[in-house]
Write a protein that binds this ligand. Structure first.
Ligand code: FAD
Length: 366
């Protein structure tokens, strides 16, 4: 027997006792799954697996640029420039609400915040695009009141008009990952470093965010990580409507005149904190379209995990079926991560097919 460890893997689970040479050893049984990375993706995959009775352990090491700790968390069902409905939004949105509500109950904290979003048109092509969205049977469910140009001026420059996106809001990712980690720790489900994941679990699910590009098993994925900044602002003068205001950059009211604001896009300096000139550049861009004035009280940087077709990646490794992945959530994790975590787990436990558009195998060249 090569390995002896008297510590049971799971609290409340029995380990196997073996007798060899007159000595009694307690042998650790392997977990069903080891989840590597505990941002939003890893937390939701872990939650789905545990709900299905799987024995899960989690390994997460703090790495610079973790997106879930520096995210807007906005839920925008019509995120694109021409307001297309999010992929399978009729299923993904109600499922996301259910899962965040279940996590709120389990973790004892608030995660989901309903907050309508004022979408300010920025480009003349968006005027007919909004008309098309309002006439589209699916998109129209998310198109609320629309406003003529100048409705919000001078607080918000809106020379092309604006509309309210309904069923929008935001998810508090920072609280989610912090409280979920505490909950895992209470059950003794967090692991330290492991040399080979498949020695401690039958299967491994990699949820490493932008660090996925360092994973040799998934080096065939064309990673295109995208670094961004979030600011925390204090309103010092002016007024704003009590909505998330999205005009390319966005402002989200928090409390007591505090706002979160974002975001930028960048393709380098992935593990670096925000520079002062980046912070000031983002603030100046926002202040070009609002007469409100702010002090910066904080800034963070994170890296959106993305791939070159801007579509998430999930599923088993094409040649190493015990290794799977959920990654590439890009800038739309809040809405789609719960649905994709369920899709992955349905595939792992019940063999359900993952759409080719999302299957990690789409990049495999053999
Ligand atoms: C500036 C910014 C604004 C954003 N705004 C929005 C928004 O408004 N709405 C929205 O829905 N999404 C938004 N996003 C995107 C969203 O935050 C991300 O898609 C999501 O958080 C990614 O989660 P993840 O779990 O895949 O990765 P991460 O959150 O990066 O988590 C990965 C975790 O794995 C750990 N890790 C990595 N490698 C290893 C390893 N080998 N071993 C152990 N641990 C490891 C890391 O330390 C980290 O904790 C934004 C992102 C940024 C950066």
């Amino acid at each position: 027997m090569s390995r002896v460890n008297i510590r049971p893997l799971f609290t409340g689970k029995t380990s196997t006792a073996q007798v060899r040479g007159g000595l009694c050893y307690i042998v650790e049984s392997k977990a069903d799954f080891l989840v590597i990375g505990q941002g939003v993706a890893g937390s939701l995959v872990t939650w789905e697996l545990m709900r299905r009775g799987q024995r899960v352990r989690v390994l997460d090491e703090p790495r610079a640029g973790a997106a879930s700790r520096s995210s807007g968390g906005l839920v925008n069902p019509l995120a694109g420039k021409k307001f297309p409905p999010a992929w399978r939004v009729q299923e993904a949105l109600p499922y996301a609400r259910d899962i965040y509500a279940a996590l709120e109950d389990q973790l004892g904290c608030r995660l989901w915040f309903d907050q309508p979003m004022l979408r300010v048109l920025m480009d003349e092509k968006q005027v007919p695009a909004l008309d098309r969205a309002a006439a589209d049977p699916l998109a129209s469910a998310f198109v609320g009141e629309s406003f003529a140009p100048g409705r919000w001026a001078p607080q918000v420059a809106d020379p092309l008009g604006s509309f309210v996106t309904q069923h929008a809001g935001w998810v508090d990712f920072e609280t989610l990952v912090t409280r979920f980690r505490q909950w895992l720790a209470e059950q003794d489900l967090l692991m330290g470093e492991v040399e080979e994941p498949l020695e401690v679990a039958e299967n491994v699910v990699y949820c490493e965010g932008w660090r996925g590009q360092e994973n040799p098993h998934f080096s065939f994925v064309p990673w295109t990580p995208d670094r961004g900044l979030i600011l925390h602002l204090e309103l010092i003068s002016g007024k704003l409507p009590p909505l998330i205001i999205n005009r390319g950059q966005w402002l989200r009211p928090m409390w007591d005149g505090r706002y979160a604001a974002g975001a930028t896009h960048g393709w380098d300096r992935f593990d670096q904190p925000p520079l002062e000139d980046e912070v000031m550049a983002l603030l100046e861009t926002i202040q070009e379209w609002t007469t409100a004035r702010f002090n910066v009280v904080g800034a963070t940087a994170g890296v959106r995990p993305a791939v070159n077709d801007r579509t998430p990646v999930l599923g088993r490794h094409p040649q190493d079926a015990r290794r799977s992945i959920l990654n590439g959530l890009g800038g739309k994790a809040a809405l789609r991560a719960p649905f994709l975590a369920r899709m992955l787990v349905n595939s792992l436990l019940a063999g359900e097919a993952i759409p080719e558009t999302h299957d990690v195998a789409r990049f495999w060249k053999g």
